[in-house]
Design a protein around this ligand. Structure first.
Ligand code: NOJ
Length: 605
């Protein structure tokens, strides 16, 4: 709250013109992207304009996007071959999940060499070619920065584990265990920290008889950010990629980099949500500011932190513009509303809406937001938040696109959501690839804490593998993802019905609707910089909100249910201009509107 500053309204009409000019300049520019906003730039509704605020981002999970060489694994040449498809959607920025050399314990989130491309994905000249193709199409690229941990096969760790006096020992977090004659190793872990991927966060290493810390898998040892040499290594590798021309970073679990002094045991209360303790270490802000000074401040980049463990109230301390840390973060309150820990739970629309209302209060004009409901760690958008039944899949996917592209914050779309791809019909644990799903099976099912059926049922709803099945390009074998006959993860059997080729030829498809909504956002500064108001927060079925910039007022009406509803607009509203809708309608000027199941409308009023 202390960060909140005065709200400026600053010659909105002329600023509107400027904003339209900015967006147009960017979409039409051929070479140099717009300069970063400076303190002299006019504010728009109190916001300092910036290209990354106006951008729409599309996430690629390279393993699952497009396989060019037929080995069953997506690759960089595959991405390059599909750049026209991505550009056709109208997005501005691609976020590429890790493409670095990795033994793939966690599909690339365990990096062995930060300056080498994963062999399965190609080589550095494939990367350069892909980047050039992105730039030629006037898009930008942000890459994944995974520096809370490395792979245990990274040369730093190989050195580090070799002896206690190795110069790299201090690159990681090593501790003596607690002596326990009954334990097979003679020790218990140094403290009670749990790993996000089940079991203890400590791994005993027989070579030196100490434990190392790993918040994720044992093959993902945590770096010791308190060591200035580690920070320098990270800043150098970031500079390496920026000098190649990438436009910024999505930063993996970045709030976890600073560890609590002395690593004391967690209390029983803290154990319920260890992530909150792992985040917010004593030096997190200091290290992010140091990173900003040493790296980001020298380039015109976009940064977005995966902010596990950071509450909405704490967010301005990372993204506030006077803080000089990150541009924005991902807050998981909305995307995780349907789970308690790792358990799938039901959710209500008023609770969901309250999250966005809180965002609008906590993140003011000086703290930019993101908006997203899917990524490679979450189930499919339409299965999670819409209705993936044959009748409502298309309208509900379009409704969700309407919402994401009209809410506050930079929108992030995940590959395949523009086609309305759905969760996968998993039958047994052998259908899964994800280390989290497999570790959970060992920890919960094999120990009989949970029945196999209950475990699988939960995974069907929330497994990360739902989002990782290959992109469905067409109705040929393996959905056109690979020319081989064995993709690394099975293709969803619904690919003959749901695929890009079909949607590209259908003017009423989810792809074309998403394209239209992206174009609307680009042409409408009110949808980027406008103020947000939830008009009917307690309604259990209708999400209705306004985005307002000066005299430009938009009303977004979303029927989050399959039932048709006659809905009397609050406050005597009778909007007369329909901007767009996901189901053909021409209803304007009415006090009571008739919404069909999963209908979405955008009015100007
Ligand atoms: C968050 C990433 O999104 C996820 O995929 C990964 O497993 C963990 N961080 C560990 O890097």
């Amino acid at each position: 709250m202390g960060l909140r500053r005065k709200f400026f309204i600053f010659g909105v009409q002329s600023i509107l013109t400027l904003a339209i000019g900015l967006s147009t300049a960017w979409s039409q520019s051929t070479a140099t992207p717009p300069k970063p906003a400076t303190s002299q730039d006019a504010l728009i509704n109190g916001y300092r304009p910036a290209w990354w605020k106006e951008a729409v981002v599309y996430q690629i999970y390279p393993r699952s996007f497009k396989d060019f060489d037929g080995d069953g694994i997506g690759d960089l040449k595959g991405i390059t071959s599909k750049l026209d498809y991505i550009k056709g959607l109208g997005v501005d920025v691609i976020w590429l999940s890790p493409h670095f050399d990795s033994p793939n314990a966690d599909n690339g989130y365990d990096i062995r060499d930060y300056r080498k491309v994963m062999t399965e994905f190609g080589n550095m000249s494939d990367f350069d070619e892909m980047l050039a193709g992105i730039k030629q199409r006037h898009m930008r690229l942000i890459i994944d920065l995974v520096v809370n941990h490395t792979s245990d096969e990274h040369k730093w760790f190989v050195e580090s584990r070799s002896s206690k006096d190795n110069p790299y020992r201090d690159y990681y977090i090593w501790k003596d265990g607690k002596p326990n004659p009954r334990s097979p190793t003679g020790f218990d872990p140094p403290n009670n920290y749990p790993s996000f991927f089940f079991g203890s966060a400590w791994q005993f290493d027989p070579a030196t008889k100490q434990y190392y810390l790993h918040y994720f898998a044992a093959k993902q040892p945590d770096l010791n950010w308190d060591n200035p040499k580690v920070r320098k290594e990270v800043f150098d590798l970031m500079t390496f990629w920026l000098d190649k021309g990438v436009d910024g970073f999505r930063m993996d679990v970045i709030p976890l980099i600073s560890k609590r002094a002395g690593l004391p045991d967690l209390t029983p209360a803290e154990l319920k949500n260890a992530g909150d303790v792992y985040a917010n270490g004593p030096h997190m802000h200091e290290y992010l500011q140091e990173m900003n000074r040493n790296v980001m401040a020298k380039y015109d980049v976009m940064t977005v932190g995966e902010a596990l463990g950071i509450s909405l109230e704490q967010t301005p301390l990372i993204v506030g513009e006077s803080r000089n840390e990150l541009n924005m973060i991902f807050n998981f309150d909305a995307v995780r509303i349907n789970r308690d820990g790792k358990q799938w739970i039901s959710w209500t629309l008023p609770d969901f809406k309250a999250i966005y209302a809180r965002h609008a209060v906590e993140l003011d004009q000086h703290s930019w937001d993101t908006v997203f409901l899917s990524n490679h760690d979450n189930p499919r958008l339409v299965s999670s938040f819409g209705d993936d039944s044959p009748t409502y899949r298309v309208p509900s996917a379009k409704l969700l696109a309407t919402m994401i592209l009209t809410l506050r914050g930079t929108p992030f779309l995940y590959q395949g959501d523009e086609l309305g791809m759905t969760n996968y019909p998993f039958k047994s644990i052998s259908d899964f690839d994800d280390i989290e799903a497999k570790n959970g099976y060992k920890a919960d099912v094999l120990t009989k804490k949970v029945t196999e059926e209950a475990y699988l049922d939960n995974l069907r709803h929330m497994s990360r593998d739902n989002a990782r099945t290959p992109m469905q390009w067409d109705s040929t074998s393996q959905a056109g993802f690979t020319s081989g006959n064995k993709p690394w993860l099975a293709v969803n059997p619904n690919y003959t019905e749901i695929n890009a080729a079909k949607e590209l030829t259908d003017a009423s498809s989810i792809y074309h609707y998403t394209q239209k909504m992206i174009a609307l956002r680009h042409a409408t500064p009110a949808l980027v910089y406008g103020s947000y108001k939830d008009i009917d927060p307690t309604n259990s079925n209708i999400f209705i909100y306004s985005r307002t910039l000066g005299n430009d007022r938009y009303l977004i009406v979303l029927n989050f249910s399959k039932e048709s509803r006659a809905y009397t607009l609050p406050g005597g509203l009778k909007p007369t201009a329909l901007v767009t809708s996901n189901l053909a309608t021409s209803e304007v000027g009415a006090a009571t509107i008739n919404l069909r199941g999963w209908e979405a409308r955008v009015y100007k009023y």
